[in-house]
Design a protein around this ligand. Structure first.
Ligand code: BG6
Length: 491
């Protein structure tokens, strides 16, 4: 067991959608890793639930297959896998009828004393049914939580309905809304970087920062999620949640503590201070894009429309936004956000661009003085680079050079970065909501997104084509270059 791992209380995790994609790719492997780390106490159980007519044995076979497919080399330990599979149980339930719920109640009754978590890895359209069944079958104990996955609505009104529905069965302190970006190692490092160092905070404002860029580029396309994605698009899928959460962590005031309410109060203030983007300014402040056929990491790929099989879709697979925060700290500092599928490479980073020096004492032969940049790389290759100017080493007079102070976390610490879900699943058991979205945050985010969606719809804002494997449409480059700035090229 790693010396840093603190075991959690024994629990029963009931995963609705237990045989689904999320359970297979993320939840089961994450729980297995937590077992290996020594974090699970006995008698912890993981209970798969779905409509499918499986039993414990076939669910264990499903899980064994999931582990062999999704664990990396060297992570598969036959004995540990056996121990893990023995924790698994399965109940076939129907959210919309009473079928199976008595079986669930019976199984859970042998774990009355332990933490109980219900994970809804299912379509939001049945969240209400499941919550209702949990309540009417008396499955809640003093120590119960519910975990919900996005999408939490497709606009403010539907998010409110969903939140009301869940809220009828569970109180806010029992509801864990997952944004898996908050569980990523470097995202949390952002908190450490800002609030465990005296160095940056005095500079972290409009007096010293010129602008900030947040990029979440993916090289993958639809990955088979055609129906969901075509109804959502990049703004709903990535910006409303992940990108705005990143923006909040970069821009928020220092909370008085790392306590869940303290952190979420500060994030909420940022969301509420976002300058509105609507019919007046959406055309200037936002760019929509959709990929066309091109080349990706693995070779030639189809365009979005071919992948979707619908030549009329106008759903955006790329979005760039110039956002502004209206408060004392950030007035006049643009936050350029961009995210897209089928881009040149998978890279997520936050770039803090400091202001240039006010006056150079060096003559022309020394070369340009380039403004400092802090590059926080979320993935892949998590780390932080602080770009500074130094004198080019050696003789030959004063020549300036732009170099990174480079901290790659994997190289420096040689540890495996846990998947975001590992941390988040355990935080649910520990009942720590810091890394989960509170209802008012989700709704404030929609409140900012809704007018953008309306403006796009009403003005029929075009979706510009970009070739798969590139960095998005030319209009996104123009969005930032109009302001005399350029997108950061990762290197
Ligand atoms: C999900 C989106 O929330 O995040 C996906 O629905 C996206 O479309 C994914 O691919 C990206 O997550 P990650 O962890 O791979 O950056």
């Amino acid at each position: 067991m790693s010396s840093q791992t603190i075991p959690v209380e024994p629990f029963d995790y009931v995963v609705f959608g237990g045989t689904g994609d999320l359970s297979e790719r993320k939840l089961l492997p994450a729980l297995y890793h937590r077992q290996i780390a020594g974090q699970l106490s006995e008698p912890t159980r993981i209970i798969g639930a779905s409509r499918a007519a499986l039993d414990d044995k076939s669910f264990r076979e499903f899980a064994a297959e999931a582990l062999s497919r999704h664990l990396r080399e060297g992570e598969h330990d036959a004995q540990e896998v056996d121990r893990f599979l023995n924790r698994l149980h399965y109940v076939s339930v129907d959210a919309r009828s009473d079928r199976g719920w008595d079986d669930m109640a019976k199984l859970l009754s042998s774990g009355e004393a332990q933490v109980r978590a219900f994970y809804l890895a299912v379509s939001p359209s049945i969240f209400g049914d499941i919550c209702g069944q949990i309540r009417s079958h008396g499955l809640m104990t003093e120590n119960t939580r519910i975990v919900v996955e996005k999408p939490i609505g497709r606009d403010l009104a539907s998010a409110q309905v969903l939140n009301d529905t869940i809220g009828q069965a569970f109180s806010e302190d029992e509801i864990f809304r997952i944004d898996h970006y908050l569980g990523k190692e470097t995202v949390q490092n952002l908190m450490a970087l800002r609030f465990a160092n005296a160095l940056y905070e005095p500079l972290w404002n409009s007096a010293h920062i010129d602008h900030i860029q947040i990029t979440v580029a993916e090289s993958v396309g639809l990955e088979g999620r055609t129906t969901y994605y075509d109804r959502a698009g990049a703004l709903r899928d990535m910006v409303q949640n992940h990108m705005l959460q990143l923006l909040c962590l970069v821009a928020m005031e220092a909370p008085p503590s790392a306590d869940a309410e303290a952190v979420r109060d500060e994030k909420l203030k940022v969301l509420r201070a976002l300058s509105p983007i609507d019919g007046e300014n959406a055309a200037m402040r936002t760019v929509r894009g959709q990929y066309r056929a091109g080349a990706s990491v693995g070779g030639a790929v189809d365009g979005y429309l071919e992948e979707l099989g619908d030549e009329n879709s106008t759903t955006e697979t790329f979005v760039a936004i110039k956002a502004e925060i209206e408060n004392w700290r950030w007035a006049g500092v643009p936050f350029y956000l961009r995210t897209g599928k089928r881009m040149a490479e998978r890279v997520s980073e936050i770039v803090i661009n400091f202001k240039p020096i006010p006056h150079s004492i060096f003559d022309k032969s020394a070369g340009h003085v380039i403004a400092n940049q802090l590059v926080i790389r979320l993935q892949p290759g998590e780390g932080v680079k602080q770009w500074i100017m130094i004198k080019d080493p050696g003789p030959g007079g004063m020549r300036l050079r732009h170099v990174p102070l480079d901290m790659s976390f994997a190289e420096s610490f040689g540890v495996r970065n846990p998947d975001a879900y590992e941390r988040l699943l355990m935080d649910v058991i520990r009942c720590n909501q810091t890394l989960f979205m509170r209802r008012d945050e989700v709704e404030a985010a929609w409140q900012w997104i809704d007018p953008i969606l309306t403006a796009w719809e009403e003005s029929e804002q075009p979706c510009h084509g970009y070739t798969a494997g590139t960095s998005g449409p030319a209009q996104a480059i123009a969005l930032i270059e109009r302001d005399g700035r350029t997108w950061h090229e990762s290197h």
